[in-house]
Design a protein around this ligand. Structure first.
Ligand code: ADP
Ligand code: MG
Length: 618
């Protein structure tokens, strides 16, 4: 029998490829705008007629193309942007497939005009359905203009599939927004059927958002900034009270590329938990910068989905950064401390100073006639011995210095360490004034410039421990203390299954499992701050918490583990705290990302301003 396999002619192959690249006019808009950006333009104009069905034109002032390049640009797999597959992991450009122009030219009438800066004359090429009609030398300004007419002229089925002009224009505007938001330093304008619909001058990010979404947007933006080793976040979220039902204003950009991610969207939603009305969607405009080597943008032909190496960590950092911003926004007017920008780095390894609540040191609600100058509990040499197990957990890792892991651990955990030390080194300092008071072995009272702070000690400590654990789990840096004899615990088979499921996260906090067999768990190491006697209680608590919450994925299991351990280990109501213990707790609380609520969303402190107090005395 004769051979039957033949190679498809180029124009057919291009038409097939076009099906992937060009779904609708908006796809052409995206490709052309991205090419203009890749050409280093600083001003880009988009012209649309009949929602792109009649004309899509992009004019840029970028670097243009030589006559040869102009011709080559329409060949399939013709790209100036990558040379080898390795380059895919170093991408700094939008395009890289070299398919867009070839695809577009296969299914439309295309006219290109382009000129490089150092040339007198430019080139114009007309192509219809992959066929070059003309190529000529012309006079044209620096940059490139590409017009796409009669889209899908040779594929009537595709043409008939297009939606109404309103719908197609909506898609085009969405693409335009995405590209314009990702590049505020480039001026963009858009004309539709002869009317200027957008005119966006070069600006900063906030102005770009406002120029696109309207002046009212300005007051609703809450800045989000976070720098860690793996991820930098900058941008804005919308204040909760402005949230609408639509998801129109949700933007993630990764390395200046718009992406969609249900998972990261979930991180934002969970940061807004409890703040939104039912069904309301938070708005966000967030730029994430990661090392290009840690992402793979190549998994989706239209490139709005990307794959991250370590999504869990990004999730945790993003969620915490947004929560922190929202928290700051809520409490900033009440508390009088300036936000320390260094605070924004919970997951980095940099050593940080600890911000503290600005305390009015002369305030003393229980002041009697004697001046407050007697030594406080700070000087008590028996301090360490007095302290209960839970209290030790405030000083995670302080005891065992020297080993390398412990050192790293301290760097991560004890942002406030220098300050801790000064608390304890102050033994001779008799001048130290008392600035916190414990009420009913339950509340810690402290002062701020504008009034008084009442802190729930149990909830506050839960918050502190929760963020510690979450940090340890996320960066897998928990430190364990070896047990002399392994601890043997017994569980049901269902419970064993749960422990197995959480094993990795538990290990990140410092647990070491010697074996998990049948109904018996042998534990040979526990996190440094966890007393051996508490281990079985912690695990039981954890199992019951997990069973009640039925986490459906890893990240909520992590969260649950941190919550559960924090709950088990936090200072209880009824426990007496010395003065330095109180102060330390207060400082650690306000070093938290989200000091105002416990891990289970309960209020950790309230403030009472002098004004409010004055009213009570009227
Ligand atoms: P890709 O962008 O993936 O490289 P395209 O088909 O979109 O593939 O473009 C092919 C090539 O044509 C690009 O690599 C670039 O060199 C050139 N090109 C396309 N548009 C422009 C433009 N507006 N300005 C300068 N060069 C361009
Ligand atoms: Mg391109």
């Amino acid at each position: 029998m004769a051979d039957i396999i033949q190679l498809l002619p180029d124009h057919v192959a291009n038409q097939i490829a076009a099906g992937e690249v060009v779904q609708r006019p908006a796809s052409v808009v995206k490709e052309l705008l991205e090419n203009a950006i890749d050409a280093n333009s600083d001003s880009i104009k988009l012209i649309i007629k009949d929602a792109g069905k009649t004309l899509i034109q992009v004019i840029d002032n970028g670097k243009g193309m030589s006559a040869t390049d102009a011709r080559l640009s329409f060949e399939r797999h013709a790209t100036s942007k990558i040379k080898s597959a390795d380059d895919l992991f170093q991408l700094n450009t939008k395009g890289f497939r070299g398919e867009a122009l070839a695809s577009i030219a296969a299914i439309a009438h295309v006219e290109l005009k382009t000129k490089q800066d150092d040339e007198e004359l430019g080139t114009t090429i007309v192509i219809e359905g992959s066929e070059v009609k003309t190529q000529e030398v012309i006079v044209t300004p620096k940059g490139t203009s590409l017009s796409v007419k009669h889209l899908f002229f040779n594929i009537p089925a595709r043409r008939n599939f297009l939606k109404s002009n309103t719908v197609e224009l909506r898609h085009i505007i969405d693409e335009f927004h995405r590209v314009a938001l990702a590049h505020p330093s480039i001026a963009f304008s858009m004309f539709s059927n002869g009317n200027e619909t957008f005119n966006l001058p070069q600006s900063n990010y906030r102005q770009r958002i406002v120029n696109i979404f309207g002046n009212k947007t300005n007051e609703k933006l809450v800045p989000v900034e976070e720098t860690t080793e793996v991820l930098t976040i900058s941008g804005f979220v919308g204040k909760p009270e402005f949230a609408k039902k639509s998801r129109n204003e949700q933007f993630f950009f990764v390395n200046n590329r718009f992406i969609k991610s249900a998972y990261l969207n979930h991180a934002i939603n969970s940061a807004f938990e409890g703040l939104l009305k039912d069904g309301a969607q938070p708005s966000y405009y967030l730029n994430l910068t990661v090392n290009p080597q840690t992402i793979d943008i190549n998994i989706h032909p239209t490139k709005t989905e990307i794959k991250f190496d370590d999504e869990h960590t990004l999730y945790a950092i993003l969620r915490s950064a947004v929560k922190h911003s929202l928290g700051q926004f809520n409490i900033a007017p009440v508390l009088d401390f300036d936000r320390d920008a260094n605070l924004d780095t919970p997951y980095s390894y940099e050593q940080k100073g600890m911000p503290s609540v600005e305390v009015d040191r002369s305030f003393n609600p229980f002041k009697d006639d004697t001046p407050v100058s007697k030594p406080t509990a700070i000087a008590s040499p028996s301090f360490k011995k007095d302290t209960g197990a839970s209290w030790e957990s405030l000083y995670v890792g302080l005891e065992s210095k020297g080993t390398k892991t412990t050192k790293d651990f301290n760097e991560i955990t004890f942002e406030s360490q220098p300050e801790n030390e000064s608390i304890f080194k102050n033994e001779n300092e008799v001048e130290t004034k008392q600035t916190t008071y414990q009420l009913n072995n339950k509340f810690i009272i402290s002062t701020i410039k504008s009034g008084m702070l009442v802190i729930d000690q149990h909830r506050a400590h839960q918050r502190v421990l929760y963020e510690d654990f979450l940090r340890h789990i996320t960066i897998k840096e928990g430190v364990s203390q070896q047990l002399l004899f392994p601890l043997e615990l017994h569980f049901s088979s269902q419970e064993i299954a749960l422990i197995n499921q959480l094993k990795e996260d538990l290990e990140s906090t410092g647990f070491v499992f010697q074996s998990i067999k049948d109904a018996t768990v042998l534990i040979s190491g526990v996190p440094v701050n966890v007393p051996e006697s508490e281990v079985s209680i912690i695990l039981e608590q954890l199992i019951s918490d997990v069973e009640n919450e039925v986490p459906d994925s890893n990240f909520s299991a992590t969260d649950l583990l941190a919550k559960s351990m924090a709950k088990s280990l936090a200072i209880k109501t009824g426990q007496t705290l010395t003065n330095p213990e109180q102060e330390h707790l207060v400082n650690r609380l306000f070093g938290c990302k989200e000091p105002n609520v416990s891990p289970t969303n309960k209020t950790t402190f309230i403030t009472m301003t002098v004004d409010e107090l004055d009213k009570k005395f009227m």
